[in-house]
Unconditional design. Structure first.
Length: 382
């Protein structure tokens, strides 16, 4: 037996014709590595394709999707795709296994699988009864391979690598599931179990949101969206009423509302009304004190300068506090008093409506009528 005749499972030539050579058919442990898909694009001899197995990263995704779909079962290698065509549900038919794929690996030229062969399959390859491997895989309408279904020993390969024996329903059924998987945030080729788990998680979350919004847990998404929008609008109104900017955090809104209810205002923005009132009173008192001091100084100066009789001091103080400008005009226009007038008693005369000599002098100096002078005296006495 030649060295080539002693070799058993498939070695792929440049044209990807995967002949099973005898020396690989039955190694000591009854297993061998075979190529299942080539890297990149390929087409079938019958005109189908082109198909695309993608790059190494995509082939890793194909392996993941394949194992997810298989679950606890292993990928079968059968004879002439009997699993697909001979064993028909409800009809029957035999589809014995030629081997089982135990593991996968992505290599420089494509996707490989380690197969444990049955004794009958190994013997058939040694005897030259079978020479090629034909993979069965799912792909999208655009030809992108998504996962492996099975493989078969065959003598009529459709690909240079191996025959694509998938039926028409296998070539298109994956794309809708891929769209669902992508919409759920899953990887392309995700299995049914993963998709169902994701859907149940979404339904659970939706129910929780509905209950949180005070709705029935079976509320449809459109109603949930409308209620959520209304709730957000209410939050914005409350935020504005609390004196906060739009988009403020819920915790800040709650704090502002609680502060308003308890009267605990932000000390950096508000001053207690009692403090404001006391401060205003202090300012008024200070203003009155300053005004009184100014009046006292102005009246005393007028008396020293002989512009105002000492007996008219209280009157001058009252006039200055009421209208400092008018008092100044009076002093500027008043004649200088004599020494006797300056030293006259400062004891106020008994209150009377009658005008004394000093009143008459002031009245003449200011050009007032008798009634105006009397009214002015009443204001000063007050």
């Amino acid at each position: 037996m030649t060295k080539a005749a002693r070799t058993l499972f498939p070695t792929l030539v440049a044209a990807h014709a995967a002949a099973l050579v005898a020396d690989h058919a039955a190694p000591g442990n009854g297993a061998s590595w075979i190529m299942l898909l080539p890297l990149g694009q390929f087409s079938g001899r019958d005109g189908r394709g082109p198909y695309d197995a993608g790059d190494k990263a995509h082939l890793e995704a194909v392996i993941k999707a394949t194992l997810q779909r298989a679950g606890s079962t292993e990928i079968v290698v059968d004879y002439d795709h009997q699993t697909m065509f001979s064993a028909v549900p409800g009809v029957g038919g035999r589809a014995p296994a030629a081997g089982w794929i135990k593991e996968f690996a992505v290599r420089e030229d494509g996707l490989w699988g380690r197969v444990e062969w049955t004794e009958a399959a190994a013997a058939a390859v040694r005897a030259g009864e079978y020479r090629y491997i034909s993979p069965v895989y799912l792909h999208t309408q655009s030809g992108k391979v998504t996962r492996l279904i099975s493989a078969a020993l065959t003598n009529v390969p459709n690909l240079d690598l191996a025959a694509v024996a998938a039926r028409a329903d296998l070539t298109t059924q994956e794309e809708p599931m891929d769209k669902i998987a992508l919409a759920l945030g899953l990887a392309q080729g995700a299995g049914e179990d993963a998709i169902l788990t994701a859907i149940n998680a979404v339904l659970t979350s939706t129910s929780a949101i509905a209950v949180a919004l005070g709705l029935d847990k079976a509320t449809k998404p459109e109603a949930l969206a409308a209620q959520a929008a209304a709730f957000r609008a209410d939050v914005e109104r409350v935020t504005t009423a609390a004196g906060l900017k739009s988009g403020a955090k819920v915790d800040d809104v709650v704090t502002a509302i609680q502060s308003a209810r308890t009267g605990a205002a932000d000390p950096t923005k508000f001053v207690p009304i009692e403090q404001v009132t006391a401060m205003q009173a202090d300012i008024k008192a200070l203003q009155e004190k300053l005004s009184g001091n100014e009046a006292e100084e102005a009246v005393n100066a007028a008396i020293r300068d002989g512009k105002l009789a000492p007996a008219l001091k209280e009157w001058g103080l009252a006039l200055h506090r009421r209208d400092a400008t008018q008092f100044k005009a009076f002093v500027d226009n008043a004649p200088s008093l004599t020494a006797a007038q300056r030293t006259s008693s400062t004891t106020p005369a008994p209150k009377s409506d009658a005008l004394d000599d000093a009143d008459l002098a002031v009245m003449r100096q200011m050009g007032l009528t008798e009634e105006q002078m009397k009214a002015s005296k009443k204001g000063g006495d007050a």
